[in-house]
Write a protein that binds this ligand. Structure first.
Ligand SMILES: [Fe+2]
Ligand SMILES: [Fe+2]
Length: 273
């Protein structure tokens, strides 16, 4: 019997036909293997459902966290729910498929607790020269680099995305503080700022995380932090902890690197080179 493996992927963006094909062809080496899907599956709820159903039929367990794209409310989407109501709708959809979400009890892969998180961002990864959210945003608008979230990611019923983020941080911190032993932290946005330092447009970092989770990988005993969102697939290490950016990205992006790291990243067991 082979040892089950834990894989991760993210940023499948299946509204692109070529990316949908990637999901159609995504199979685990063994049906005992587990899969983490770290957000940005699709822009519309029915596409999210299709992708997660397809993957759940092939992997023994699937763990999902929302990306910003799942939380968008686009005019063309038959599901017009916004903000937290939209998120809860997606959680319900996952539960019906048997997919784990940040609202469910954490599951263990061997002795490692997998903690799916939904932390959002709060504009604290500010660009150089900005000391407030307003100053940071102004620099972004002046540079013409503004995340679409500003127009279609609604924070309802919270007054702002940063207020929703504060609530998510409180909820997640509480849950993580109850975990004993090693963890795998999963969040669409990186939990530390360093990965955003290689962004082509550094001013975009303000939509990529929060300084509040900067020490969570050491505080909560992470063996690995899995994230996406940046569309820069790579492996890095901070404070001795492995960070895996597992995105597939848009066709124009993955065609540049030709998916040389594959569409599935092995998280556990740790691969020895
Ligand atoms: Fe993405
Ligand atoms: Fe994203």
């Amino acid at each position: 019997m082979t040892t089950p493996r834990l894989w991760a992927t993210s940023d499948l963006h299946i509204s692109y036909q070529e990316n949908r094909k990637i999901v159609e062809e995504m199979h685990p080496p063994s049906p005992q293997d587990w899969l983490i899907v770290a957000g940005d599956v699709a822009d519309q709820a029915h596409d999210v459902e299709w992708a997660l159903r397809t993957l759940k039929e092939r992997f023994a367990e699937v763990i999902w966290v929302p990306g910003n794209h799942e939380l968008w409310t686009l005019p063309k989407d038959p599901v017009q729910l916004r903000g937290e109501t939209r998120y809860k709708h997606l959680v319900e959809l996952c539960r019906n498929l048997g997919v784990h979400t940040p609202e469910d009890e954490f599951v263990k892969f061997g002795d490692v607790t997998i903690a799916p998180l939904f932390l959002l961002y709060d504009y604290t990864f500010r660009p150089e020269g900005a000391t407030t959210k307003e100053e940071g945003l102004k620099l972004a608008y002046d540079a013409g680099v503004v995340c679409t979230d500003e127009h279609v990611l609604f924070p309802d019923p919270y007054p702002s995305r940063e207020a929703w983020c504060a609530q998510r941080l409180e909820y997640s911190e509480q849950r993580l503080s109850e975990v004993d032993g090693p963890t795998i932290l999963v969040n669409h946005w990186p939990t530390v700022r360093q990965p955003t330092e290689v962004l082509y447009f550094p001013v975009f970092a303000q939509w990529c995380g929060t300084v509040e989770s900067a020490d969570w990988h050491t505080r909560f005993n992470a063996e690995c932090v899995v994230y996406g969102h940046l569309h820069i697939p790579r492996t890095t290490e901070y404070d001795g902890v492995r960070f895996e950016e597992v995105s597939v990205g848009y066709p124009r992006e993955w065609k540049r690197h030709n998916l040389k790291r594959g569409t599935l990243r092995q998280i556990l067991p740790v691969e020895t080179p």
